[in-house]
Design a protein around this ligand. Sequence first.
Ligand SMILES: Nc1nc2c(c(=O)[nH]1)N[C@H]1C(S)=C(S)[C@@H](COP(=O)(O)OP(=O)(O)OC[C@H]3O[C@@H](n4cnc5c(=O)[nH]c(N)nc54)[C@H](O)[C@@H]3O)O[C@H]1N2
Ligand SMILES: Nc1nc2c(c(=O)[nH]1)N[C@H]1C(S)=C(S)[C@@H](COP(=O)(O)OP(=O)(O)OC[C@H]3O[C@@H](n4cnc5c(=O)[nH]c(N)nc54)[C@H](O)[C@@H]3O)O[C@H]1N2
Ligand code: SF4
Ligand SMILES: [Mo]
Length: 753
Amino acid sequence: MNDIGKDEDLTKLEIINTGCCHDCGGRCVLKAHVKDGKIIRFETDNDDEPQLRACMRGRAYKQRVYSPERLRYPLRRVGQRGEGLFERISWDEALDEVTKNLRDTKEKFGNSAILFVAGAGNQGMLHGPIPAGLMLNQFGGYTRMWGAPSYEGALFASMATYGTIMTGNVRKDLLNTKLLIMWGWNPASTIWDPGTNLMLAKVKEKGIKIVVIDPIFTDSAAVFANQWIPIRPGTDTAMLLAMAYVIIAEDLHNKEFIEKYTIGFEKYKSYLLGEEDGIAKTPEWAENICLVPANIIRNLARDYAKSKPAALIAGWGPARAAFGEIYSRAANILCVITGNIGIKGGYASGFMRAYYSRERVSSYKKKENVIEQIKKPRPQDNPVDFGAPPREDSLYKLRGGTNPANTRIHYNDYYNAILQGKNGGYPADLKMAYIVASNRLNQYGNINKGIKALNALDFIVVQDQFMTPTAKFADIVLPVNTFMERNDIAVPWLGSPYYIYLNKAIDSLYESKSDLEIARELSKKLGIDPGLLNLEEDQILRILSSPRKDIKSYNKMKKDGYYKVKIDKPFVAFQEQIEDPEHNPFPTLSGKIEIYSEHIAEKHNPLMPPIPKYMTHEEHYDSPKAKKYPLQLITPHNKRRTHSSLQMVPWLKEIESHAVWINPTDASERNIEDKDLVDIFNDRGRIRIPAKVTERIMPGVVCVYQGEWYKPNEEGIDIGGCTNTLTQDGYSPGGAFPLNSNLVEVEFFRKIK
Ligand SMILES: Nc1nc2c(c(=O)[nH]1)N[C@H]1C(S)=C(S)[C@@H](COP(=O)(O)OP(=O)(O)OC[C@H]3O[C@@H](n4cnc5c(=O)[nH]c(N)nc54)[C@H](O)[C@@H]3O)O[C@H]1N2
Ligand SMILES: Nc1nc2c(c(=O)[nH]1)N[C@H]1C(S)=C(S)[C@@H](COP(=O)(O)OP(=O)(O)OC[C@H]3O[C@@H](n4cnc5c(=O)[nH]c(N)nc54)[C@H](O)[C@@H]3O)O[C@H]1N2
Ligand code: SF4
Ligand SMILES: [Mo]
């Protein structure tokens, strides 16, 4: 928005270099034009390539900062939980009440009774949940979550197959590929990093074939793809197995690669050929399950195996499902058997994190396993986790990212944990919740169970910028400032080569405080040493960023608002392992890529097979429940919000109205027309929103994007239309969140006009 008015007095205008760091793929440059202490507009990065240009959400941020709905003062609940009735109180009163409850809980029940819910609202190094977490560590700890909703399935699979999550190549390397398969991946909406879409445009421009596999004709399919293959949700594993079957049956697999770098191929082959269960995993077998015609599966398999190199990018959406980890492993293994690993233009699929700098590839070296690691707690660790044995189902023999301590509770299983406690086999009896930067109730499975659970707690404190559906359940609500009102540094998501320094652009609005200030003041009241938190923001940021040796000039980063790291050699995951395997084993237990995982086999869990196998479950299209609820609901990320965080921005609301996407066939069977108000329901709840009747979604599937706010009417029907009123709580054996595995029915309610 370079719309500087001609008659504007530019002498009063100050341009502050800052950025956007909500939890979306980005982390982008925003230049705030500030006049008389107020942001009047944003510009973004117009400097050298690669540009870190903000998306429409960041560009609309003014309307979030100055939203009339911002929390202004500390609040104490006066009505029922969830009712939304609060009274204004002073900071002193609010923090005294939080202090008293923390102390009482610790005294009566121990630190594990404190549930710390750390959300994704702010992705800076300093603010968001970080200060509260450090403070609670000093206070003796808390019960912590395990499982990342974004990628827990992909992470498990990546660790099991490769022993690391560093499996992505630099984006620019896509230009070296001959075929790009975007499997359940929609970066046109989800961004991933500011350079991804430009690179995909270049891939298309170069004439490289792009195939999108998704139940929805996504914006990415519309903009980039040569071919869209709609697939029934949760059946991707079947299609991937059938592709592997074709490749092996037609002798298109890379035998030399398999021999040299992998273990377990024969077991996989035997399963594919049906030697194990009598079912050959042919395209015809898969077609019945995934609804993709056998000839399309066969052709794609041939195309993928013959295009050398080919890049299969397996998205996290299909892995955010029941047995999501199995889909992700099946995708990894397809890349492996075609030898698309460690080479330019190939891709190892799965987790997709890349290291742009070779200095940091040290994570590929084998290190002590986590059991050894747990025995040596560091001061910044949570005391409640110290010395705890690993969770049975975790990949605890591998180091890095498998969330091992058995004191933790899965993020999508908190409700049962609160309701059942130690008697139900959970590690703690939870009594209070400290919720920071999380719209917990709105953003996780099964809201109606969540309400029961939150009501069972003695005390809840929420630290946020808005009166979210979650905040309505709090006893005390603490108003937090936004990233425009403080300093922070954002590190990009997947290892892109840059940092954003978010310079403070304006003073805190109303009585809001930063997460840091709150933790500092609470520490004082609790009588604990705030340590690092007592320093000035910039001092802390210097310390926190000091291990990052690629920031050659902190001062330049602060001045410009970003630091673009120059890369010596574009990173291709596992290049060393492939070029010189003698000196560079894979960081797995065997030192090879594991098609068969002994570590998983040791667990003897039939729901966690050591090779990827297609399985059904009780919320699948073929389960008995599907007779009552015949439609599969998927709940992806929406282009106009970052989760629930930009819900209130009027400019963004104009982009797309919230509706359930439904195919004309399913709609007409139910006498539903476009824009009719409809109910979507199952045994967990009911939401009421307009229908968007569109061929952009395949028959049998409906989509309600995640992030819209839960808003019950008097009958308990969610007229806000939060998809998590309908989704499952709980988790898959490998930790995947089953948020895309839900059966529902849809019925006409009334015409809108
Ligand atoms: N605009 C926007 N961008 C975001 C975010 C946001 O909230 N808004 N959130 C950010 C965060 S934290 C994350 S973790 C990422 C998430 O990034 P992703 O997980 O990649 O995003 P999703 O949109 O959930 O899923 C991607 C695609 O998977 C498809 N899909 C769902 N189920 C299936 C299936 O069974 N099979 C197949 N083949 N496809 C399926 C969906 O239709 C969707 O198009 O996005 C980040 N970017
Ligand atoms: N059905 C379904 N549900 C999903 C997903 C899905 O695909 N389907 N995706 C999941 C994924 S991948 C993710 S990452 C989660 C995200 O879920 P959450 O972590 O709950 O993310 P948000 O909804 O953005 O909520 C963040 C909250 O933080 C607040 N906030 C923002 N900045 C700050 C700050 O600086 N300080 C404080 N104290 N608060 C701040 C915002 O106002 C907002 O209320 O959602 C998950 N939920
Ligand atoms: S919402 Fe994400 S992609 Fe958009 S500007 Fe902000 S950080 Fe960048
Ligand atoms: Mo996420």
